[in-house]
Ligand binder design. Structure first.
Ligand code: GLU
Length: 416
């Protein structure tokens, strides 16, 4: 039987499994299986050649019982309402497991940003904000960057929002450039949080990190910082990295400075001097200590899971592992750091950014990092302790922690 790769079906199946362990009240379970609100937009954009192209776009506010909905906006040609629904559900569990007072949401635009000029991207970003502006706000729903969006896009969106409202409100969006109220340390935050979880997992497994081997799939904001930090902070030997065009391997390890200089010149990681070209699937199946999927969903599936050789899979991407693959990896004794725990560093520093914007008083990068480390370490051990107490795998344990917190807030509000 072929696997169902619909991300929302996967997110619901993961919740169902946790609900069974929790013996969750069926009414609560039914409520938590669905998003609270979703918005569908058509955004007309004047393209450089003068014609108007209409883009389909979404914003889903999955759950806001614990605080304003929170989550990024993706620009992707394969975006669908179901990917956005799944990602918004995972944001709900992520803010809960990280214990920041926020709910979960996500946005997406069906577009191919690689084929668009800077001017077209600016007009699309401003158009998205015009469409979504009446539904978001510091106390309602706070967007952020995600796949193919970045601080510049957040800056255009913030500006459009402030032009519409006539007021400065930097906390309406996070991941902004620092000059507009962004937080120190927000750029590397997702990767940094992931390193904390790898450090804690390695302690549990008695795996010495210095010189341990690592492969990283994806070289966007998360993957490129993961390479830098894995190398500089944890002393890992990163033997393979990839981007959407292909993967490279070097037995002696790849230097992040060399790879990023090459990427700036060549527009891809392929071709770094002294490296061998391999395929993305070969990268995933390398005999490394730590595998870091840092690209998009559905990368580890029933088709390749039994060939994965890593000891730790640290999921910096959202949804990289399907339920069938999950089962196979668990049977093989691979330690999974599940996505909404492993990559919670980004939204944690986004929360710090909102706090700083509210106070109008800004923290040093050292302070951000110290507080991020505390939050991630606490979250990791809450999940680990749950896994031990209940005898379940780490992903189920993360769900048990998160769903309990969200359900408690839903119950306290009297919604169910
Ligand atoms: N897009 C990031 C994520 O998936 C960050 C979200 C945020 O900062 O709101 O966690």
């Amino acid at each position: 039987m072929t696997e169902n790769l619909n991300p929302f079906a996967i997110a619901q199946a993961q919740l169902d499994k946790a609900a069974a362990f929790l013996e969750l009240d069926p009414d609560m379970h039914a409520f938590l299986r669905e998003p609270l609100r979703e918005f569908h937009f058509s955004i007309p954009v004047r393209m450089d050649d003068g014609h108007t192209q209409t883009f389909k776009a979404f914003r889903v506010q999955y759950n806001d019982a614990r605080g304003p909905a929170k989550g990024g906006i993706r620009f992707h040609p394969d975006e669908t309402i179901d990917t956005v629904r799944a990602l918004s559900a995972w944001m709900t569990w992520k803010t809960a497991v990280a214990d920041v007072p926020l709910g979960g949401g996500k946005g997406g635009v069906i577009c191919n940003p690689r084929a668009m000029s800077a001017g077209e991207l600016e007009r699309l970003s401003r158009g998205y904000m015009r469409a979504v502006s009446r539904f978001i706000g510091l106390k309602q729903d706070v967007p952020a960057p995600d796949v193919n969006t970045n601080p510049q896009i957040m800056a255009w969106m913030l500006d459009e929002y402030e032009v519409l409202t006539g007021k400065h409100e930097p906390g309406v969006i996070t991941g902004k450039p620092m000059i507009l109220g962004g937080s120190a340390g927000r750029g590397p935050a997702t990767a940094m949080g992931g390193m904390v979880t790898i450090r804690e997992a390695a302690k549990l497994l008695d795996l010495p990190l210095k010189g341990a081997t690592c492969a990283i799939q994806g070289y966007g904001n998360v993957g490129s910082f993961a390479h830098r930090l894995a190398h500089d902070l944890l002393g890992l030997k990163v033997v393979a990295v990839s981007d959407e065009f292909g993967a490279i391997y070097s037995e002696n390890g790849l230097d992040p400075t060399v790879v990023s200089a090459h990427l700036r010149r060549a527009g891809k990681v392929g071709g770094v001097e002294g490296s061998e070209t391999i395929t993305n699937s070969q990268l995933l199946e390398l005999p490394v200590d730590i595998l870091i999927p840092a690209a998009i969903e559905n990368q580890l599936t029933s088709a390749n899971a039994d060939r994965i050789q890593a000891r730790i899979v640290a999921e910096l991407a959202n949804g990289p592992t399907t339920p069938d693959a999950d089962q196979i990896l668990t049977q093989k004794g691979i330690y999974i750091i599940p996505d909404f725990l492993c990559n919670a560093g980004g939204v944690t520093v986004s929360y710090f950014e909102m706090v700083q914007n509210t106070y109008g008083f800004y923290w040093s990068e050292e302070l951000v990092q110290e507080r991020l480390d505390q939050k991630m370490t606490t979250a990791f051990h809450a999940v680990h302790q749950m896994a031990v107490e209940r005898g379940v795998e780490t992903r189920v344990a993360a769900y048990l922690v998160a769903v309990t917190r969200v359900a408690e807030a839903v119950r306290a509000r009297g919604w169910v």
